[in-house]
Write a protein that binds this ligand. Structure first.
Ligand SMILES: Nc1ncnc2c1ncn2[C@@H]1O[C@H](COP(=O)(O)OP(=O)(O)OP(=O)(O)O)[C@@H](O)[C@H]1O
Ligand SMILES: [Mg+2]
Length: 255
């Protein structure tokens, strides 16, 4: 290794910029061939380092968000799910709703893509540099219940409030007892106009009083949830049953 190259290697280690030595070497060849000026060469080397950090940071944030699987909008078949517009979801994927602390609510029957779309938006947010936390409504309530018993509910909500996107999947699959309902209410109201929530539910809002058991509290919560929100209604058949209808639903064999 030349003296300059070993100095670059040493300085890169000191700066904790591991992509620099390789980028500096490869780009120097191009810079010589294409007669770049010094500033252009420096910018190209630094931008290699930055984009490598962004990729790794994105992966780390996706991991930390604890998605059950990684799903993206590219995997979503809009020709199967015709009740929503690709354009509407693509607009959400630009993430303006995060900057505006707005919510997104997906409502619809099983298998229509609610979790898929919630994860896809979350993955996009994580890759774009935002912290994201994913869990089911049931899991959030368990976590908040633990925090409450340890006397640190306010601190936990405060900490969560600094996470720009919290995803709360499957509201309604497990009914809430009064304490769980109160904790869920606390989560929604602590984030109201401060930071975003994505919520998914297989029940329309009219059925939420049954889940939470208290019509008055539910009205106040839904009010906060949807005041600044995009509510997306999904319809149609379950993607899980795609192509299986005949056998699964027990209709006649059509062979
Ligand atoms: N339009 C679609 N294109 C591609 N894959 C889809 C589509 N809709 C759903 N899926 C896939 O089908 C499975 C079920 O979808 P998803 O988990 O999003 O349903 P859901 O609406 O959350 O249902 P549930 O209410 O049962 O939780 C997932 O593996 C998801 O990736
Ligand atoms: Mg789901």
């Amino acid at each position: 290794m030349s003296t300059v190259a070993s100095e670059v290697a040493y300085l890169s280690r000191a700066l904790k910029a591991p992509r620099v030595p390789e980028a500096a070497r490869v780009l120097a060849e191009r810079a010589r061939d294409e007669s770049w000026d010094y500033e252009a060469y420096l910018a190209a080397v630094l931008s290699e380092e930055v984009s490598s950090r962004e990729t790794h940071g994105g992966q780390a944030r996706v991991k930390r968000a604890r998605f059950p699987q990684v799903k993206t909008l590219d995997d979503f078949d809009f020709t199967f799910q015709r009740s929503i517009k690709r354009q509407q979801i693509a607009h959400l994927a630009q993430l303006d709703f995060l900057a505006e602390a707005k919510n997104v609510v997906f409502l619809g029957p099983p298998g229509t893509g609610k979790t898929h779309l919630a994860i896809a938006l979350g993955v996009q947010a994580a890759r774009r540099g935002h912290r994201v936390a994913f869990a089911t409504a049931h899991e959030w309530v368990l976590r908040l219940g633990e925090a409450k018993r340890a006397g640190r509910l306010d601190g936990e909500l405060e900490r969560l409030g600094r996470t720009p996107l919290v995803i709360c999947d499957e509201v309604g699959y497990i009914p809430f007892d009064p304490e769980a309902a109160a904790l869920f209410f606390a989560l929604v109201s602590s984030r109201y106009e401060r930071s975003s929530l994505i919520v998914s539910s297989n029940k329309t809002f009219s059925a939420w009083p049954e889940i939470f058991g208290d019509a008055v509290a539910v009205a106040a919560m839904v009010d906060r949830l949807v005041h600044h929100a995009e509510v997306i209604l999904l319809k149609g058949d379950s993607y899980r049953l795609k192509g299986k209808h005949k056998e699964v639903m027990g209709s006649e064999n059509t062979r």
